[in-house]
Write a protein of this length. Structure first.
Length: 166
């Protein structure tokens, strides 16, 4: 489910630009130009993630009331990180399609991807602590497990689709 949305998101945003022979705009510019489409795709993915969590969290009563506001704030922050990741992937795809990825770009992308991974870990840690405190430690752990599985599915699909740097 998320796999198809991720493919659609990447394909609809990046492929037309990457196929062009003209000067290619930056990842930020592509993101700006396609803002409405990106927002719709992220909203669709978030909706499906939420349905998966609703089915698998096993929340009852007050747990439910406490969990969802925290989760919604978490997703807003996670989506911001995901947009930065998409921007970096677009920058990579553009360079790859031009026929080269320079050492300078590779270094920049390495720093960006590691920074984003660190930011994702910090975000998860901050919100699982909040959930452990406000809902329960077991529910926080379950949330972390489900989110990690969903993210891993998306990351694996993207990794399989992105060509290796040459």
């Amino acid at each position: 489910m998320l796999k198809k949305l991720t493919i659609t998101l990447l394909a609809t945003i990046s492929l037309p630009v990457l196929a062009s022979q003209q000067d290619i705009p930056s990842g930020k510019e592509i993101m700006r130009q396609n803002q409405a489409q990106i927002q719709n795709n992220f909203a669709d993915v978030d909706y499906k993630r939420k349905k998966i969590l609703e089915t698998n969290m096993g929340l009852e009563g007050q747990e439910n009331e406490k969990f969802w506001p925290i989760y919604n704030t978490y997703r807003t922050e996670a989506d911001s990180l995901n947009k930065r990741t998409l921007e970096a992937m677009i920058d990579y795809g553009q360079a790859y399609n031009k026929g080269y990825v320079t050492d300078e770009l590779a270094t920049d992308l390495l720093h960006r991807f590691y920074s984003l991974q660190d930011d994702h870990i910090k975000l998860r840690e901050r919100y699982t602590r909040r959930l452990a405190e406000k809902v329960s430690p077991k529910r926080a752990l379950r949330f972390l497990q489900i989110e990690t599985q969903l993210d891993a599915m998306v990351e694996l699909d993207i990794a399989r689709k992105l060509p290796l740097a040459e």
